[in-house]
Every structure is written in structure tokens, then in C-alpha cells.
Design a protein around this ligand. Sequence first.
Ligand code: BES
Ligand code: ZN
Ligand code: ZN
Length: 498
Amino acid sequence: MNLIYKKNKLIQEKADAYVISIFNNQKTFSSDLKSIDIKLKKKLTALLKSGDIKTEIGKITTINLLGEFNAKQLFIVGLGDEKKITIDNLRTQIASVCRTINNFKLTSAAFDISNLLINSQKKNDAIHAIAEAIGLSQYQFTKHKTHAKDKPITINDVTFHGISHINLKTIDKLIKQGLIFAQAANLTKDLANEPANYMTPSKLAEIALDIADKHSLQCEIINKNAAKELKMGSYLSVASGSNEEPKFIILKYQHKEATNKPVAIVGKGITFDTGGISLKPSAGMDEMKGDMSGAATVLGVMQAIGELKPKLNIIGIAPCTENMPGGKATKPGDVVYAMDGQSIEVLNTDAEGRLVLADALSYAVKEKSSAIIDIATLTGAMTVSLGSVRTGVFSNNDKLFEKLVSASTKANEPIWRFPLDEAYGKMIVSNVADIKNVGEREAGSITAAKFLEKFIGNTPWIHMDIAGVMTVKQSKGEWSKGMSGNPVRTLVHLLLSY
Ligand code: BES
Ligand code: ZN
Ligand code: ZN
């Protein structure tokens, strides 16, 4: 998608669609809207008076420009009360109008964004959010549709008009940045939406190598034998029932001027979770192709980091494998050893995410990470507690958690913090090993987090359980149906704020 700022007036631009926003009781039209109104012999003024142009937030009025203009169609986006508008509203409304433009099968759009710049202090955030919204809204997973009629017609060319008082270089940078955020999230969605017969651990490793190649990152793939040598017994116990080679992916971004010990981003990469010998029921099992959303998040974040190049050292870790029942699969009651030497009694092979993360977190600790953030579709119980609205977050460090709160606010990917009392830790003490991989049914998300905590030592740590927010049921605003790409943008904001 091409997205650029142009100095010319909107009505001089040739595009399929013009997009102009309007507030409730707006005293005067923006200068672009005024020009159109004059050419239409004040028809817009009349339509506004009669209430046919709606100014409430969420309303979009479509006006056919009947060949008199450089555009076919005018879209007027209602933004409601000017005093109440937020960056989040803006992102959603811009994404919505893009979806409306898609319904008209138009492929280029010119935006008058003079109205959208809220107040001066938030101008930069607004430009970022608008570019991000356009990028996010155009995402659809149609790779396996073979008929042309099922392929989407999306917006390819976008121009912005009507910005004053901002340095052109800054505008350009903000537009690029917004698009980079959207494209990172869209990459994550693509990886997670791809069926598990295509998106195998080997395929993920190949994509990680490509990202490294494109953005000068270092990439190391630890295969099965190397993982054995590193004594990753917990991770390998999940892979043992599958014919697919497990791949433990490491992506390193190092900035010349950065002196920090790396911040580690660790993502659960189960390319398909059947449950293993503790087999899942068949209804809805297809969703478990998304059980590598944590790993996909790591790849999306590392792509954005490779493009934005912050002064920071970052290590992305994605332990990838299938979880299958098979002749060599781990059985309930088996005891396995994690890389750091701790023994684990596997009482339920469907609680496999924490098993692969045990070794991935140990690996991050061994790399002397200054902070560790893990992202995992870890527990169905998280869907029960928070639904698909907020990500459940656990942390041993208030400062790091506060950083995450402000990043998640910027991205509008809400989170909620859960407790880590030691009383929950008691629920996973094993009779035969150091710990067991499941507690009783109660507090399932918290006991899972307590399990992970055993592997992070004293490192400042955040665990994000994204099981609930993994999928979007219906396309709306910036969110497209399918795998969500949540919380890629939050994590990129977090890393940039370091
Ligand atoms: N991948 C699942 C969790 C999940 C469920 C993610 C729904 C996304 C949507 C995880 O591996 C799992 O199966 N967890 C078990 C844990 C239980 C056996 C303690 C669960 O939640 O049932
Ligand atoms: Zn599972
Ligand atoms: Zn799983």
C-alpha cells in the first residue's frame, strides 16, 4: 500500500474516493469540504441542515460526486463531539470508512485530515493512528480462496491532505511508523491464520530467517538434536508425538549504541495443539492452528523492530512444535527435565504451552536478559475470565507492568493484571517431581503463570495470556475477522518507550 502526504488541495487530487470528517455542530466546513460544497451549489450545506449528513460518531455519509470532480465518491465521516474525540475513536472511525470504501470496490482514496489532528499535542499520535488504521483495516486472509470473486478489492493508494504547522519530514516519519505497526500486526495475523499443514515449525523458522535477512537481524534455529544437547527436555517432550521437526527460533536485534542486556520477547509456538494424549474434543479444535500466536507475535514485533531500529538490544525467542498424540508422545504421569534442571510431572499433555515456555524462559535467563516478556495462548480459563476484550497479564515487577499499561493504552489493546500469590504456587507442587504441569480446575490461568514464574529467576518479567484475545469473531473498525494480531502493536510501543 502506498500512503503519502501531498501538499496539494484535496479536490486537485485524482482518486476514487474523497474522505472528509465532520464534528457535531461544526461551525464551518473544512476548506476542502467548502470547495466541494461550492461546486455542488451548496448541496452539502442543505444536506447537513436536513440531517442527511450525519455528524454523530460512527456515522458515514456517502455522496456520489457524479463525475464533476476528480473523485467518484465522497465519504463524510461523523466524529461526534469535538471535545470528546480520542485517538482510539479516530483509529476506529478511519478504519470503518476504509471498510465502507471497500464495499464500493474503490482502490484509491484521498483524505482531508485537517479535522483529524485533534489538538496540537496529539497531532503526532493522530497521524500515526490514521495510517495504522488504514493498514489494519485492509487486512483479510484470502490466500486459499481460488475464485477471483472471493479475492478482496482493497485500497492501494492513499494520499493525505490538509495538514499545516507540522514539518513535512515528521509527517512522513509518522505515516511510515503507523504503517509499520499495522504491517507487523498483519504479518502476525497471516502467520496465525495460515492452516497448520502449511504453518509448520519449519515454515516459521524459514520466515524468521527471511525477516532476519531483510532487516539485518541475527537468526539462529535450534533443531531437535541441538535442543537435546541443550537439555531442553521439557520443550522436546511436547514435540515427541509429532512427525514435524521442532524448531526453536532465536532472533537477535542489536543496536550499535545500545548497552542494555537484551529485552527478551518469548512466544509460545504450538503450530497445532491437539492436546496430545490428553486429546482435546473435536469441536473447535481447528482454532488450535492459532496456538502459535505468541511465536507469530514475536516475529511481527521483530519485523517492526528491524524497520524502526530503536537504540536497544532485543532477543526474540519462539519455541515451535506441534502437540500431537503418537507412539512416542509424552504420557500423563511422565516426568521430564527442563533445561535449568527442574523436574516436571506432566499430568496433562494439553497443558503443553508452559512446557515449551519453561525451556524458552530458561534460555532467556541464560542469555542474561534484563527483562522477559512472554506471550502465550496459554489457558482456556483466560477466555472464561476476561473473554476476548482484555489480555490477562501477570508480572513480578510493577515498573515494567506500568510501562506495559501505557503501551497497551497507546495501541488500544487492553490488558488486566492478575495476582501471583504463593498460595497459587502451592497448587502445582508435585508428589513425584519438583512441579506438576497442572493444578486443579480452579484458578487455571494463575497456576499456569505460577508454573512459568519458576523459570524466570529474579528477572523482571511479564506474562501475557492471549488465549481470549487470539481471535476476532467479526470484522469491525481496525479489527479484522480471524486471528487478531493482538498484542503486537502494544509490544512495539513498549520497546520504543524503553
Ligand atoms: N492452547 C490451549 C489454550 C487455549 C484454549 C488457547 C482456547 C486458545 C483458545 C492450551 O494449551 C490448553 O489446552 N490449555 C488447557 C490447560 C489445562 C489442561 C490445564 C486448557 O485451557 O484447557
Ligand atoms: Zn493445550
Ligand atoms: Zn496450547
